[in-house]
Design a protein around this ligand. Sequence first.
Ligand code: ZN
Length: 142
Amino acid sequence: MDHLCHRAYSPCIMPGQRYTSDNQPQGEPLMFCGQCGKEISERALSCPACGAPTSNVSVPNYLVQAILVTICCCLPFGIPAIVYASQVNSKLAAGDIAGANSSSKSAKMWCWIALGGWLLAVVLYLVIFLIFGAALPFAATL
Ligand SMILES: [Zn+2]
């Protein structure tokens, strides 16, 4: 939970530091909400007025990894990774940050499953290849 601070609505308040509205012009850079145009904190994760996520929300969608593992590794495990990865951006766009985070986690998990499945297949292939490769010269001498 070390990222809790960054995910919080308001910026981190150090011990002894005062965070009130009267020091806002110096300490709080402002920007406009892309959804409703309200002035909000540049560090806010979502607009307090309409709930739209700001550009500060970065949920990795793992789409590139999902496509890579699908093409290079394992198609059956790569497809759920792509499905979850594509859900991340659409959930973010809908303002569902928690849903986007859980889809992101699922996409990452399926990427690892696909990669693990592929590594297992490679190891099995190498073992079989080594066994037959070692047997082949012997068979040729017969
Ligand atoms: Zn807004």
